[in-house]
Design a protein around this ligand. Structure first.
Ligand SMILES: Cc1cc2nc3c(=O)[nH]c(=O)nc-3n(C[C@H](O)[C@H](O)[C@H](O)COP(=O)(O)O)c2cc1C
Length: 138
């Protein structure tokens, strides 16, 4: 299986209705494609984990990457995985208000360090960040 975490910037601030629209389409497609993951929306940035069979993840990432609702898509982790972090979620979602103070801090640090760390994509910080949501989405 393949796991991708990327960071991107929303083209404009997203309303709740616009976010729900993204989620509705994503959940429909991802259920069909057996892709699971997590979407965070925080201060005009998206952080998304996509996980599943390698070809399915490649296809959905290629689609998402060129979506005009966001830009500056930076891959922060891209690797093999043996298990899914969010097996029960076609796309788990956390809006800005839905994170703990510590998660907010981790997200801020993740975004601040992204330009340097994207070049390496060892993805340790990205993995730690998305993993910190696993428990709370159960
Ligand atoms: C931040 C963000 C995350 C997205 N995540 C997904 C996703 O997980 N799965 C998906 O199919 N589409 C996702 N999309 C939407 C795709 O870019 C694209 O609009 C959609 O897949 C097209 O689906 P359709 O051909 O069924 O209309 C996302 C879009 C944005 C802006």
């Amino acid at each position: 299986m393949r796991r991708i975490v990327y960071l991107s910037t929303a083209t404009k601030l997203m309303s709740d209705a616009e976010l729900m629209d993204v989620l509705r389409v994503s959940r429909g497609n991802n259920t069909r494609d057996e892709v699971t993951g997590l979407l965070l929306y925080q201060g005009g940035n998206f952080i998304q984990l996509l996980e599943g069979k390698a070809d399915a993840v490649a296809t959905v990432y290629a689609r998402v990457e060129k979506d005009p609702r966001h830009h500056s898509v930076l891959r922060m982790l891209d690797g093999e995985s043996t298990e899914r972090l969010f097996p029960d979620w076609s796309m788990a979602f956390r809006p800005a208000g839905g994170v703990t103070a510590q998660q907010r801090q981790e997200i801020a640090e993740f975004i601040a360090k992204a330009p340097q760390e994207a070049a390496t994509t060892s993805g340790r910080r990205a993995l730690r960040l998305v993993s910190s949501f696993v428990e709370s989405m159960r």
